[in-house]
Design a protein around this ligand. Structure first.
Ligand SMILES: Nc1ccn([C@@H]2O[C@H](COP(=O)(O)OP(=O)(O)OC[C@H](O)CO)[C@@H](O)[C@H]2O)c(=O)n1
Length: 324
């Protein structure tokens, strides 16, 4: 691909590393192999590639599930996180971390907020939501561009203490849609209802209100906005089992603001892409954990006045994302 034209800026993207110092295994359905140790080698290849880029990424987006839930079982959560962060540190740029389900299998929300996975230090205090321990903020790496990180487990059974009202809200919603004893088991064999499982979550009204305000401001400033979250929000960009519970509410907000150009997510390790009717690009990045050792899953995004160009590696394809 021709990426010789000087971009305004570039950034790296990577998702679902799910590192654990354990032997290879499989996903729950045993349909996909998981390479727990090798995920670190693939991250190493990514940081090497970013370092070798002519236009080196100004920052990296880590789209969640940085270490696997198995670490908790082996009391290895802190060690595994240190190992992965050390690898990221080999590339000298800020990493913006998103939180996925595996973050919550390993750590409580309170612990995460005081950990290296809280990247709000990389923005102004006024850009952070600061409500009910929601992990969401925005930053502008270049004039006329804004990135918003969202907390897809704000309302959930895994990201909230049982004493929090959002845990009860999540339980009520799941029970309305899922009658299985094991709430990780989807309520339907196919279709959109599958998303009502414990390993997903949703966005609270206060987070949606905050998003609405940030997007209003971005519209006024004529900025282009890229939103990131662990869970995808467009049914055509993912297996529906991976969708955020209230994906439709997010979509209707995105579509009422002309500033939104792209929504990036992880969670569905097969990846996905869809350009919706409003011209918004929905990019679900392939998961490192299910990427064979001889392949790759990461990208570098070149940002221009009229488009973003994703330079993919291995399972992650090259894409040109024209702005709406
Ligand atoms: N049908 C299922 C699927 C999963 N589980 C259990 O739920 C937990 C999370 O599953 P896991 O596959 O590890 O989650 P990932 O975030 O890695 O992947 C997301 C989607 O699966 C991709 O399709 C885990 O404890 C599973 O055992 C379940 O009980 N029933």
């Amino acid at each position: 691909m021709d990426n010789s034209e000087k971009p305004l800026f570039t950034f790296g993207v990577i998702a679902d590393i799910q590192y654990a110092d354990i032997d290879d295994g499989y996903n729950f359905k045993r349909t996909r192999k998981r390479y727990y140790r090798n995920s670190l080698q693939l991250l190493h290849k990514a940081t090497k590639e970013w370092s070798a880029e002519r236009f080196k990424p100004n920052f990296i987006l880590q789209l969640g599930d940085i270490i696997d839930g198995f670490n908790k079982k082996y009391e290895a959560s802190e060690r595994a996180l240190e190992t992965v962060i050390k690898e990221f540190n080999d590339y000298p740029a800020v990493v913006h971390h998103v939180w996925g389900n595996h973050e919550f299998y390993n750590f409580s929300r309170t612990t995460l907020l005081s950990s290296v996975l809280n990247s709000t230090a990389n923005t102004d205090a006024a850009n952070i939501i600061n409500t009910d321990q929601i992990y969401a903020y925005h930053f502008s790496p270049s004039p006329k561009f804004r990135f918003i990180t969202l907390d897809a487990y704000d309302v959930s059974l895994i990201g909230r203490e049982e004493s929090n009202s959002k845990y009860n809200q999540a339980m009520k919603l799941l029970r309305e849609h899922n009658s299985n004893d094991d709430l990780n088991h989807p309520p339907a064999p196919a279709g959109m209802e599958q998303r009502f499982v414990k390993f997903n979550g949703g966005f609270s009204q206060s987070q949606l209100d905050w998003l609405e305000k940030v997007l209003c401001l971005a519209d006024e400033r004529q900025e282009k906005v890229i939103i990131i979250s662990h869970l995808p929000v467009h049914p055509e960009s993912t297996d529906p089992i991976c969708l955020a519970w209230n994906y439709d509410e997010v979509l209707s907000i995105l579509h009422s603001h002309k500033c939104v150009v792209c929504f990036m997510a992880g969670h569905d390790h097969d990846g996905g892409y869809h350009r919706d009717a409003s011209g918004v690009h929905h990019l679900t990045l392939e998961g490192v954990i299910e990427t064979p050792p001889d392949s790759d899953a990461f990208g570098t995004v070149y940002v221009y006045e009229d488009r973003m160009v994703l330079k993919g590696n291995g399972r992650t394809h090259n894409r040109t994302l024209m702005y709406p």
